[in-house]
Design a protein around this ligand. Structure first.
Ligand SMILES: [Zn+2]
Length: 218
């Protein structure tokens, strides 16, 4: 995280103040907190003043009056610009988010595997019942008026049984456990806001955390 910045007239400064009375590199600015910066005059020709007193190096608050020679800088603007730069410097969470992508893809794969495994048994039972009843009806019932309705009913019965079996409570438990495990780690890498409400693709498209501004896709 970068905390030290320069301010001056020259374009190579972090904060450029294009005023003739401001030195090429007038000030060094160190970020301490949202409400405290330390400024240091870098041997400027017109000097630096805090609340009309000339300073060399001083801690400042957002309501202090800062003058670069005769030019009064908007102190709140200075705090806001430095605040933004500090945030930018520590919000690249691309690597962490790549890890999250892997975690999320593992989760979806496990859920899909569980789902398809839970469907094999009902499908098999359905097929066996249907074939058995249809076969029995075909060979045992000679009257076509009865035979064909029974065979149709067998098909329906198989369908109903497979639907009942698919409401597999073990599957739901398994998915609940997988989701709880995901929830432990599926969070914004910076502020910890849970991302569980949406799929990874949704957050990837957002490109940053809406809560803290952490950027995760360059
Ligand atoms: Zn965040």
């Amino acid at each position: 995280m970068k905390t030290q910045y320069t301010l001056g007239r020259s374009p190579e400064n972090d904060i450029v103040v294009d005023e003739p009375v401001v030195g090429r590199k007038h000030l060094s600015v160190i970020f301490k907190s949202e409400s405290e910066l330390i400024i240091e005059d870098l041997d400027s020709n017109n000097y630096t003043y805090v609340n009309d007193l000339r300073i060399r190096k001083k801690s400042i608050a957002p309501d202090d009056k800062i003058s670069l020679g005769p030019y009064v800088i908007d102190t709140r603007y200075l705090f806001s610009e430095i605040g933004k730069k500090v945030k930018e410097s520590r919000t690249d969470f691309n690597d962490e988010f790549k890890q999250l992508k892997k975690v999320y893809e593992d989760y979806e794969k496990k859920v899909n595997d569980s789902r398809s495994r839970s469907q094999i048994l009902p499908m098999t039972i359905r097929t066996l019942i249907t074939l058995f009843v249809m076969g029995a009806a075909f060979f045992i019932i000679s009257d076509p008026q009865i035979r064909y309705p029974v065979m149709t009913a067998a098909g329906l019965l198989g369908g109903i049984i497979s639907i009942v079996l698919q409401r597999d409570s073990k599957l739901k438990d398994r998915i609940d456990i997988l989701t709880a495990e995901l929830e432990m780690v599926y969070k914004c890498p910076k502020c910890g806001k849970s991302l569980i409400s949406r799929r990874w693709q949704h957050w990837a498209a957002k490109k940053e955390c809406e809560n803290c501004g952490a950027r995760w896709v360059n």
